[in-house]
Design a protein around this ligand. Structure first.
Ligand code: SAM
Length: 241
């Protein structure tokens, strides 16, 4: 079925164009996903459309009030038979390719809650949020970019989104490694040649070159990925030659 993404935000105009470009818009056209934003401010009840207030106990900054958020979340849930409410927060579990695969496989509708200011009232987390996700150990001004990061990474994993020739199976982070170096025409560029093996037509040799390139890059840039597991026999052989 279709996965429906709903982004609850104070800045819908930031999110809407995301669904209108490139592979994401193609996934929308193919009805593999739908994407929409909902303005949390539409659920505020006073005449100033207030969505924030000062934190109890003092301190700097403002917090998002619980009532408009709760109404917005409940309205979004009404529209779905099977949904998961995910709060964007630097304090959540950290997003990675494994989590993207996991969420893609569940095929639930996903409702993203984007914070602004200093975040949201804790009671909303306790009652209405199913999951809390961070996109990395840094603090941004809002959750919108985080929601788009997660939607993007999930969508390209859904069946039918990428063409067969650009399969996600060979991308970085499958099997805890980075993808090999890549080249396209021309064969010589600023006196740098494409590795001759890639022009040889010898598929076995190309495959070995790619494995080696992949392993080398992972060791250089992300040794932490390889530290998660033992190298297999082929990888050991590549490193010894
Ligand atoms: N006071 C909060 C804290 O220290 O945990 C940070 C609030 S941040 C300035 C405002 C909003 O941006 C958060 O509510 C969250 O929705 C979003 N945000 C910021 N950094 C994020 C990250 N690394 N991952 C996901 N969302 C993030």
């Amino acid at each position: 079925g279709t996965i429906n993404f709903t982004v609850l935000t104070l800045f819908p105009e930031l999110v809407d164009p995301f669904f209108e470009h490139g592979i994401i818009s193609r996934a929308v056209d193919k009805n593999i996903i739908t994407g929409k934003s909902v303005n949390i401010r539409d659920f505020s009840s006073d005449r100033h459309n207030t969505v924030d207030d000062r934190p109890y106990g003092g301190g700097c900054g403002m917090l998002m009030k619980p009532e408009p958020l709760a109404l917005a979340i409940n309205a979004a849930k009404q529209g779905s038979a099977d949904s998961r409410v995910i709060l964007m927060t630097p304090q959540g579990r950290r997003f990675d390719q494994g989590l993207a695969l996991d969420l893609a496989a569940r095929s639930e509708d996903l409702i993203f809650v984007c914070g602004r200011y200093e975040g949201i009232d804790e009671r909303v987390c306790h009652t209405l949020v199913d999951d809390e996700i961070s996109i990395g150990d840094y603090v941004m001004t809002g959750g919108e970019l985080a929601a788009m990061v997660i939607i993007d990474a999930i969508t390209r994993l859904l069946p039918g989104v990428l063409g067969g020739e650009t399969s996600a199976d060979v991308d970085s982070f499958r099997d805890d490694r980075l993808e090999h170096a890549q080249f396209t025409r021309p064969p010589a560029f600023e006196s740098m040649d494409v590795p001759s093996v890639l022009l040889s037509g010898d598929h076995g040799a190309i495959e070995r070159w790619r494995k080696r390139s992949s392993l080398k890059r992972t060791l250089l840039n992300r040794p932490d990925l390889l530290a998660k597991r033992a190298l297999d026999g082929e990888e050991r052989k590549i490193l010894k030659t």
